[in-house]
Design a protein. Structure first.
Length: 376
């Protein structure tokens, strides 16, 4: 019986569900990218540009997402990812050697003892450098949202207004005192974020007009943040798809940790029973704060079509059934942890035994003392 069949049998025994019960059509990562591009067009492009711009901007956004995924592949080649989290045979190649030590250009410019040859490629080609190397029209997507200098509480009257910093903090308020009939004074708004200003109005029961520029500014800032988050998420999806069943999820896991994305996503698409490093990868996921209840797709990359169903399993099920390798069930790290637990228990047992002996000795001494007192 194959491991897959054993796992299905195990799940059926503990849950009562058959294989068919857990078969689902997985969420396509390419579809998730398409969904974001559609959101981007509707919320950030449509109505803001000419017909030509509306045609080109979504295509250019897709190109940027792909560029980020390719950058991460260049920064962490497959053999380096495999060195970090083994999943297949290791190539005898080191990216630091390729880029620095064995680089003819570097060797011509610098002597063999140069400190430059001790550089780490992943640190050298870091996020800051990558973003700064982009043209402005792509680089701007990574910036924080910028607020307008002036926002009016009521654009129709254009009296009460706030002067904001580019980060959305109030530098000065004008005519708010009279607008709110002295409920809120101009000077008390200085230094507050525009979000806190809106909250203050709500706390005091003062309604802002529907078209007020304060909430509009917040909404635009939130859309800009959502856009930035969406770009990073989509880059992670493309990293998974481009890297395939083993390298893709592992590289995306590194990306997720660096950019604060969900580590659940790479793990969900990583379950491949032919992967000799799957259990080690699961351990890295758990150590990074992952959940044992996470439901994963089994064989996402083995489908013959986009709509082909796969069955699901949880990390907990995999921990109970997935061997470390052909020779051992547990990883060396798990063996070490188990040994530490055994040692701790043994130490506690020894301590308890000593304590019980001490109690017995005290009881014996008390009995002898009582016996001597009676004899006297």
């Amino acid at each position: 019986m194959s491991l897959k069949e054993e796992l299905i049998k195990f799940r059926t025994r503990i849950t009562g569900n058959t294989e068919e019960d857990s078969m689902i059509t997985p969420i396509s990562l390419d579809d998730k990218v398409d969904e974001f591009i559609d959101w981007y067009f509707k919320n950030m492009v449509k109505g803001n540009y000419t017909d030509i711009g509306e045609y080109h901007f979504p295509r250019e956004m897709r190109d940027l997402i792909e560029k980020i995924a390719v950058w991460y592949e260049l920064r962490y080649p497959s053999y380096e990812i495999n060195r970090l989290m083994p999943g297949s045979g290791q190539e005898q190649i080191n990216v630091n050697d390729v880029m620095f030590r064995n680089n003819p250009y570097v060797n011509e410019l610098l002597d063999e003892n140069s400190d430059a040859k001790e550089l780490d490629w992943d640190e050298f080609y870091n996020t800051n450098v990558f973003i700064k190397s982009l043209p402005w029209e792509e680089r701007c997507y990574f910036s924080n949202p910028i607020y307008n200098d002036v926002v009016y509480l009521n654009p129709n009257s254009r009296t009460a207004h706030l002067h904001l910093t580019k980060n959305g903090f109030v530098e000065m308020a004008e005519d708010v005192t009279s607008y709110t009939y002295y409920e809120i004074k101009d000077e008390e708004l200085t230094g507050l974020n525009v979000r806190d200003v809106v909250k203050l109005f709500k706390d005091k029961g003062i309604e802002l007009p529907e078209n007020n520029e304060l909430e509009k500014a917040i909404k635009e800032a939130d859309k800009w943040i959502q856009q930035k988050e969406g770009i990073l998420d989509c880059a992670m999806y493309r990293i998974i798809e481009r890297g395939g069943n083993r390298i893709g999820p592992r590289r995306a896991f590194v990306f997720a940790k660096e950019f604060g994305r969900s580590i659940d996503i790479p793990m969900m698409y990583a379950v491949d029973f032919s992967d000799p490093g799957l259990r080690l990868f699961m351990n890295e996921y758990i150590k990074a704060g992952g959940s044992k209840d996470l439901k994963c797709y089994v064989g996402y990359f083995s489908r013959a079509s986009k709509n082909e169903k796969v069955y699901t399993t949880t990390i907990q099920d995999l921990i109970l059934t997935q061997n470390n390798n052909a020779a051992t069930f547990y990883t060396p790290e798990e063996h070490e942890l188990h040994q530490r637990i055994v040692n701790a228990i043994a130490s506690q047992v020894d301590h308890e035994s000593v304590r019980q002996e001490e109690v017995k000795q005290l009881r014996l001494e008390r009995k002898l003392e009582k016996s001597r007192n009676r004899q006297q």
